[in-house]
Design a protein around this ligand. Structure first.
Ligand code: GAP
Length: 457
């Protein structure tokens, strides 16, 4: 991440087909973003890497894909219908709306945490410190009001008869309500985890720093069900696993830090976030929570179904404790883009932007580039062969230097050039994105060469 700013990332994303503004031709729609052809490949690779690490490679973790629309009683049990709201203040001059806790944290440059403050304490801080509107600069606030974050919709069967349903604000409830289904169908023994990746929706008001905070986003969540006595060990192990995952997809250790929560929910035993050094500063990337038996107990209470687990060895019957690990796929995408972004000055004085993604995260693994137009038949043949194995891109437009720059900007780890010698001896030049070194190899060795270098383990 050299000299990276949010503007540079947003511009690159638009220019290179990574992320576009949602509904752009209609003037956009606040806090929504569309992934383009390159972006969707990167995000899918992020999700694949996460699933591989936490589900595929862990025999005690089971995946699900639960419905977005759930029985509204789920949200009563989870507490969302009563409590899921943010403290908002409106600027009476420019009519913009802000989260009071964000105003305080931004004003104090992160030195004051509003996490444990009441609404009265937040108002007091804002008035005493004359915190101004970040949009128009005036000091002209309404009082704090609680703003509901769940999107409501309705399910109507007959005209006039409508039941309120909610777009889920988190995916984990689909994991809790399937605890017994998964345990019984998979003959799972505690401790075991349920994971899923899926869309969540929150009526967020605060402008969101690109894809950092949006109203529609994907979460990758995992709930580990365990015995109460094992809770803290498992909590610690997920803190480490979450950190190691980030290091393994090329994050620098210096850009990550743990942040323990100052204030815990009444049922929680421990909670921490991993913060990442985003372009706008240190902010939450993911959370790891020790949630005690709260979630399953609440679902037992509200559904009337026993959530108890019977230990087949000891015959003990108990409600399992939950350790949750939760990370937003879009927020991780922003962190991956930030981490990968590099500006370099080349030996000839020119500069390049290069996205140094882990090869498993890169949108395409290989770019096939014919050096001259009249040898493109051979190049297309090679491209068609390679894209049966991994995502590839073909580019024959412009000078070879410009084509390398384009591939660097979307982080393609290997560029393969085909020239007249290729027609003679079936060898090609392979250029490494990061070192820019070039080697000559036989086309028959190409697949193996690339395959060995793009794995995520
Ligand atoms: N089930 C627990 C839960 O949802 P959270 O801290 O509200 O906890 C977990 O969300 C993660 O989801 C966050 O750490 C963040 O990565 C992501 N996330 C939450 N709200 C988001 C939003 N509005 N836009 C993008 N990502 C969001």
């Amino acid at each position: 991440m050299s000299n990276v700013t949010m503007d540079k990332i947003v511009n690159l994303c638009k220019q290179r087909g990574i992320i576009f503004q949602g509904s752009e031709i209609y003037g956009g729609m606040g806090n929504t973003w569309d992934y383009g052809p390159v972006g969707v490949e990167i995000k899918n690779n992020i999700k694949r890497a996460w699933w591989k690490r936490f589900v595929q490679e862990d025999p005690n973790t089971y995946g699900v894909d639960a419905a977005i629309l759930m029985n509204p009683r789920v949200w009563d049990a989870s507490g969302h219908t009563q409590n899921f709201s943010d403290p908002k203040m409106d600027c009476k001059s420019c009519k913009q709306r802000f989260r009071a806790d964000n105003l305080i944290e931004d004003h104090s440059k992160g030195k004051v945490s509003a996490e444990a403050m009441t609404n009265e304490q937040m108002e007091e801080y804002i008035n005493e410190n004359k915190v101004k509107c970040p949009h128009c600069g005036n000091f002209n606030w309404t009082n704090i009001r609680q703003f509901k974050l769940m999107f409501e919709t309705s399910r109507g069967t007959l005209d006039g008869e409508k039941d309120v349903v909610y777009l889920r604000p988190e995916t984990c409830q689909g994991e809790y309500v399937n605890f017994l289904n998964v345990q019984r169908s998979m003959r799972a023994k505690v401790p075991f985890a349920i994971a899923q990746i899926g869309k969540s929706f929150r009526n967020e008001i605060t402008p969101g720093n690109f894809i950092f905070r949006t109203i529609e986003f994907e979460q990758m969540e995992l709930q580990m069900f365990c015995k109460e006595g094992d809770g803290f060990n498992i909590y610690d192990s997920y803190k480490e696993r979450a950190r190691q995952f980030l290091l393994d997809i090329n994050f620098s250790e210096d850009h990550l830090k743990f942040h323990d929560h100052d204030k815990l929910a009444f049922y929680a035993k421990a909670a921490c976030d991993i913060f990442y050094l985003f372009p706008m500063g240190w902010s939450e990337l993911n959370g790891i929570h020790h949630r005690s038996t709260h979630d399953l107990s609440r679902h037992q209470e509200f559904s009337g179904k026993s959530m108890a687990y019977l230990d087949p060895v000891t015959n003990e019957k108990y409600i399992p404790t939950v350790i949750e690990y939760s990370i937003g796929a879009d927020r991780l995408m922003l962190a991956v883009l930030t981490e990968a972004y590099h500006e370099e000055t080349l030996e000839n004085g020119e500069s390049r932007v290069v996205m140094k993604f882990h090869p498993a995260i890169a949108p395409y693994k290989v770019a096939v580039l014919p050096l001259q137009k009249n040898i493109n038949e051979k190049a297309i043949e090679l491209y068609q062969k390679l894209c049966k194995k991994f995502p590839c891109i073909y580019d024959e437009a412009g000078s070879i230097g410009k084509r390398y720059r384009r591939q660097d900007e979307i982080g393609v780890p290997f560029s393969v050039t085909i020239d007249f010698d290729t027609l003679e001896d079936n060898t090609v030049t392979v250029r490494d994105r990061d070192t820019m070194e070039q080697i000559r190899i036989h086309v028959d060795e190409l697949e193996k060469y690339i395959e060995e270098r793009i794995q995520f383990n």
